[in-house]
Ligand binder design. Structure first.
Ligand code: GLU
Length: 343
């Protein structure tokens, strides 16, 4: 397919951008520049409970410091805007309606207490095809009652109606084809009337589609969502233009097992953030910029965490990285965060 390459970095403003997130942004940027494509910065602020003031400015400042250029975004503008999800409520509402009208989703009224009771009653309870008909939703209640509950202002969510027993194929450019059975998926919440906002899953795929994203390059932690996203593209009838996926391996602790955390940085004495972070009334976290690193060095070092140029070049400028970067040469397993290399 001959589409212009368009990628996006889609952080949630829930705190300072972690160095792992910066690497994701960098790989998107290198890939976009290499293909003469567009790099979009989309702010995914649909989780109102996790919103952190100052985080969005921090993201912009960090990317600018590192020289990761953005073609379209909240500050840059662009013809696919708004680029902040909380400003796209009408679009999501309209898309939720499309799914409801096509019987691909349904309205559920179950309260937290009711869900809790079900969990206590049924071991490993999951809201899905095997349980949805015993719950309080638009599939089990008469239409008049559904309308009345909504009119009365009762809180509801919209859930995706996952059809069980289907093999769902996820094609990841790095990992190859992964097939999972849809029966293990639950009927994910797509929208919450309480704050009139979609969840990550709906907003993310609607925006990737409308913004004509061709490649979704993101952290490995999102890999479990990919089958659901494949089904969502299908439910909307967008499978033909669905983006290709690339799930980047996690950044691992320099020592021991597991994901790199802020605590490792504090313990071993290196920053895990690009810039210093001053949370409101909280403790300051150190950043590479304030610790005296040059942005070029941080970029170079991050590029090599999970990718290698296939030769022995170690010091590369941004232009050289753009030229040499190859997604196919990214590692599939986690990349140990070897901060000594960055010095
Ligand atoms: N908002 C998600 C995050 O914070 C984006 C994941 C994605 O790129 O799809 O990581």
């Amino acid at each position: 397919m001959d589409r212009k390459v368009r990628v996006r970095f889609a952080p949630s403003p829930t705190g300072p951008l972690h160095i792992g997130g910066v690497r994701t942004a960098l790989y998107n940027y290198l890939f976009a520049r290499q293909h003469g494509g567009d790099m979009i910065l989309r702010i995914e602020d649909t989780d109102s409970t996790r919103f952190v003031p100052g985080a969005e400015d921090y993201i912009n400042e960090a990317l600018a410091w590192l020289g990761i250029g953005i073609d379209e975004g909240v500050r840059e503008g662009g013809k696919y805007g708004p680029y902040k999800q909380s400003e796209r409520r009408d679009i999501y509402r309209e898309h939720v309606k499309m799914l409801l009208d096509n019987d691909k989703a349904y309205i559920a009224f179950d309260t937290p207490a009711e869900l809790e009771a079900k969990r206590a009653e049924i071991p490993n309870f999951q809201y899905d095809a095997s349980t949805r008909m015993s719950m309080r939703n638009s599939l089990t209640l008469p239409k008049e009652e559904v309308d009345r509950l909504i009119a009365d202002g009762e809180k509801y969510v919209v859930r995706f109606k996952v059809e069980p027993g289907r093999d769902v194929e996820v094609n990841d450019l790095l990992r190859g084809k992964v097939t999972i059975n849809s029966s293990i998926l639950d009927d994910k919440v797509l929208y919450k009337s309480a704050d009139d906002l979609p969840t990550y899953h709906l907003a993310n795929i609607v925006d990737d589609h409308l913004m004509e994203i061709t490649h979704v390059i993101r952290g490995e932690e999102w890999l479990p969502s990919a089958p659901l996203h494949v089904l969502l593209y299908e439910a909307f009838g967008w499978s033909d233009t669905a983006p290709s996926f690339v799930h980047l391996p996690l950044l691992l602790k320099p020592d021991g097992k597991g994901k790199l955390s802020k605590r490792d940085g504090d313990r071993l004495g290196f920053p895990v953030f690009p810039l210093e972070w001053h949370p409101e009334g909280g403790e300051v976290s150190s950043g590479y910029r304030e610790s005296g690193y040059l942005p070029e060095a941080v970029v170079n070092f991050l590029a090599l965490l999970g990718w290698n140029p296939g030769d022995d070049s170690e010091i590369m400028s941004m232009d050289q990285l753009i030229e040499k970067f190859d997604l196919a040469h990214c590692s599939r397993s986690g990349a140990r965060f070897d901060y000594e290399k960055g010095r």
